[in-house]
Design a protein around this ligand. Structure first.
Ligand code: HAM
Length: 426
């Protein structure tokens, strides 16, 4: 037998049972975000690598080791510009906003996007190399109201999906004024116990010390437990902003806990950062990949990518993880409303005409395209879960009438072989 070629590890096929779970999630995202005034953007999957090096940060795991990068040259050549499959959507959306002059002085822009992202991560439940995000970004508002409204949009989306217990964790990462003071104090504290850190964190201590706080290694966590937290280092404007965001969330009834150890894996954040975490346990839960949605404020990114100084705040939710949670309450996909079983050539023609006419009226009609005897066709009707069946043979063609059978209770009624009459009887 010829050897099978399988999918790339960590990149999943979504078969009809899965897409039936995904579609309502995507619809909910579109409807919720539209009601908050976000317009949809679609940017390319491939971007210049420099966008992420500058936007997300060279020292991050995402840019340092997880991007799919290659050279893209003129037709037929490989040499040229370095491009990457996008690992996230924030930097591409900002690039598009700058490129299309959407950020003129005083502009207020709300955008959302939905699509695949790519990171060469170790695959596990809820963590894939191709995964899907729905993201929302607000450009042009520095106010705490923007943070609160953005978090409210994420919360509204998640709560409409009814995915079990999900909590919101909140932190402030300060700004270019106060964060360096915190990072210096953190480095001092971590250096004292550097020998207890995992090799990866010893490296992070030099390249991206905040990320040590995020390490899952138990020994690293023990070291971090005694390290200083950022809350006592925030400058007055950052402290006031954070207090006001919490006050506004309280006012609109959004529950949260402050977690001073949230640092995020991307370098562009300033001030508010947040994560929505699922608490579903057991087989239907997400295990260690329990963050379903995350984001924060990034007031410096737009300028650092060549745009006008523009404050911004956003989030992205992982659709694969939301679909895993939704699968716990999956319902069977509904079967056809009508199954037509024709016997004989003339009946096949009539069945095709009726099916075509009913489908144009929006009715879900099925037939056994393999043909076969009446018994096997009706077995198929059972298997696909048809609500009604209609058998057409020579005598039905002669009389122009047939028996429409309701499968749930076997009740039959005589009906004209006419699409309008059948549609009305279903
Ligand atoms: P992120 O935390 O890297 O943030 O990703 C957001 C969400 O995407 C995660 O919470 C998770 O649900 C999902 N996700 C990330 N990586 C994977 C993976 N390998 N497999 C499955 N799901 C994954 C961002 O990407 C930022 N751009 C969010 C943002 C938007 N910040 C401001 N605006």
């Amino acid at each position: 037998m010829t050897e099978k070629i399988t999918a790339v590890k960590g990149m999943n096929d979504l078969l009809p049972d899965a897409t039936a779970l995904w579609r309502p999630i995507e619809t909910c995202a579109r409807e919720t975000l539209t009601s908050f005034g976000f317009g949809e953007v679609r940017t390319p999957i491939l971007e210049k690598t420099a966008l992420f090096v500058r936007g997300v940060g060279e020292a991050t795991d995402i840019v340092g080791k997880e991007m799919y990068t290659f050279e893209d040259g003129a037709t037929g050549t490989r040499a040229g510009t370095l491009v990457s499959l996008r690992p996230e959507g924030t930097a591409p959306a900002v690039r598009a906003a700058i490129e299309h002059n959407q950020l003129a002085q005083g502009a207020l822009v709300r955008w959302f996007y939905l699509g695949p992202m790519f990171r060469r991560e170790r695959q596990q439940r809820g963590r894939y190399r191709q995964f899907f995000q729905v993201g929302a970004e607000i450009y042009g508002a520095a106010t705490p109201q923007a943070d609160a409204e953005l978090i409210d949009a994420a919360q509204a989306f998640l709560s409409r999906l009814d995915l079990g217990a999900i909590t919101l964790e909140l932190n402030s990462l300060g700004d270019s004024d106060c964060r360096p003071r915190y990072v210096a104090a953190l480095i001092d504290a971590l250096k004292e116990r550097a020998g207890d850190l995992c090799p990866e964190c010893q490296r992070r201590l030099e390249t991206n010390p905040l990320r040590v706080l995020d390490c899952k290694n138990a020994q690293c966590q023990a070291v971090c437990a005694s390290a200083p937290t950022i809350d006592s280092f925030l400058c007055d404007p950052c402290r006031d902003h954070f207090a006001r965001v919490r006050q506004l969330l309280d006012a609109i009834g959004i529950a949260y806990t402050v977690n001073p150890r949230i640092v995020r894996g991307l370098d562009y954040y300033t001030r508010t950062v947040f994560e929505f975490v699922s608490h579903e346990t057991g087989e239907g839960g997400l295990g260690s990949q329990s963050t379903v949605c995350a984001g924060g404020r990034y007031d410096g990114l737009i300028q650092s990518l060549g745009g006008p100084a523009t404050p911004a705040v956003g989030f992205a939710a992982g659709l694969d993880r939301l679909a895993l949670l939704a699968a716990r309450r999956a319902q069977a996909i509904p079967g056809p409303e009508l199954f037509i079983a024709p016997m004989g050539e003339a009946a096949i023609l009539k069945a095709l005409q009726l099916a075509a006419a009913l489908r144009r009226r929006g009715v879900f009609v099925d037939q056994d395209l393999r043909g076969g005897g009446l018994k096997s066709q009706l077995r198929r009707a059972d298997k696909v879960g048809a609500r009604f069946t209609l058998v057409i043979g020579d005598s039905e063609l002669d009389s122009g009438k047939a028996a429409l059978k309701r499968m749930a209770d076997g009740e039959t009624r005589e009906i004209s072989l006419d699409a309008d009459a059948i549609a009305a009887a279903l």
